[in-house]
Design a protein around this ligand. Sequence first.
Ligand SMILES: [Zn+2]
Length: 147
Amino acid sequence: MNEELIAPCGMNCGICSGYLANKYDVKGQGIRMPYCLGCRPRDKKCAFVKKRCDLLLSGKVQYCHECADFPCENLNHLNKRYSSLYRMSMIENLESIRKDGITRFLETEERKWKCPDCGGVISCHNGICFNCGLEILRTKKNLYRWD
Ligand SMILES: [Zn+2]
């Protein structure tokens, strides 16, 4: 787990299927998924809040919790989707970073998303480990849901 992969909204790009798809080059293994290097590394400012937030776009805040409006409507909307479908909360992540710091947060994330079989990383988007679970991923109907 890597600080550079924690997006301004609190998303951990290290557990995102787009990041893992690229890391494990799943296209070469017959799985069609979009690739992403992570929100900060690809420097698109923010994949979710997009053009709706001047503070993020201008780089005035590093994380959404630094904002007076935290959590804003955009973030609440995103958070609701991730809490119900993807077993994580951006807002809880940011509150944890604010309270205990990024190092503690990264340690917690590592434990939370560790594959019990191989020690790889499980994706929040489908619960599959991209290191040892590509066979399962290949035959999965909806790549963006947990079973
Ligand atoms: Zn695994």
